[in-house]
Design a protein around this ligand. Structure first.
Ligand SMILES: C[S@@+](CC[C@H](N)C(=O)[O-])C[C@H]1O[C@@H](n2cnc3c(N)ncnc32)[C@H](O)[C@@H]1O
Length: 282
């Protein structure tokens, strides 16, 4: 029954979403009246705030994935570090610790995004599959929300292994392909990427890049690491029920899912995957 409700919800949204407006009938369920919301306004609605309050009661002191990513980077960065942000886009949730590095460099395929990135010392238009740097150039590589967009992740990981100095680390923050959000995203892929999925993922349409999910599970990452000489050192799964906050009913389901996946072996179903890789010292 719940699945049917969920599926029809998504089909309805798929048909009714357009670039400028987020028209959501399930918000009506909670508010009891007709309402049309611009997507950027949704997180400031009373319904969204109510979801945040409930979540805070269930998970007091919770650090979201972005905060945990920032803390991992903060632990690894040193004042002497040369740091690469791979697929840097416009900014990073770890911008503050990144700026503590001696020098930070970003690469990305999007010139428009690079031009708007003011968090890094240097930005370079380059493909992660062919990084324009000498071997062993960086002490630390970070990459946020990029791995699912790599068409050939094996080539990118090989470049990471090449430009990282022996003993250096790489921190990947990405979505976990085993979670329901990317599963739905893939189910509804194609024309949906700039519409419904951008809304579901609450990301602006300019960030809706093609997705492949070819290195988005711990097993896939482990396998590519074995091929490229990198070592997975730590894996952390972090949940997020807020993609379903547009419906009180679905948000409750999402909360139950979070509780269910708090216990191993089900933690590997949570939405985000934070992975620390190292390049073995010579
Ligand atoms: C979802 S955006 C994330 C941007 C930024 N890291 C952030 O979190 O806001 C994905 C980024 O990865 C970049 N990207 C995808 N494939 C790439 C590749 N092979 N080499 C370099 N950048 C790539 C895209 O251009 C895009 O800017």
């Amino acid at each position: 029954m719940a699945f049917l409700y969920f599926a029809t919800s998504l089909i309805w949204l798929e048909r009714n979403v357009n670039e400028s407006q987020w028209v959501c009938p399930f918000v009506l369920e909670g508010l009891g009246r007709s309402e049309t919301l611009a997507v950027d306004d949704f997180t400031s609605t009373s319904q969204y705030r109510r979801c945040q309050e409930i979540f805070a009661r269930w998970y007091p002191g919770f650090l979201n994935a972005g905060e945990q990513f920032r803390d991992i980077v903060a632990d690894l960065v040193t004042p002497e570090a040369l740091l690469l942000d791979l697929g840097c886009g416009r900014t990073s949730l770890a911008a503050e610790p990144i700026q503590r590095a001696k020098r930070s460099v970003g690469v990305d395929l999007s010139l428009a995004d690079l031009q708007q990135n003011h968090a890094l010392n240097d930005v370079i238009l380059a493909d992660g599959e062919a990084l324009p740097f000498a071997d062993n150039s960086f002490d630390l590589i970070v990459s946020q929300w990029t791995v699912e967009h790599f068409e050939h992740p094996g080539l990118v990981f090989a470049q990471i292994a090449r430009v990282l100095r022996p003993g250096g680390s790489c921190v990947l923050f990405t979505t976990n392909a085993h979670n329901y959000v990317p599963l739905l995203s893939r189910l509804l892929s194609g024309q949906s990427q700039s519409g419904l999925i951008a809304r579901l993922l609450q990301r602006p349409s300019h960030e809706s890049f093609p997705t492949y999910y070819r290195a988005n599970t711990a097993a896939q990452i482990g396998s590519i690491c074995r091929d490229t000489g990198l070592c997975p050192k730590a894996t952390v799964y972090v949940g997020n029920p807020f993609y379903l906050a547009f419906s009180p009913f679905l948000f409750c389901c999402a909360l139950v899912f979070e509780k269910f996946t708090d216990t191993p072996p089900f933690t590997c179903l949570k939405l985000y995957l934070l992975t620390v890789l190292t390049k073995p010292a010579d």
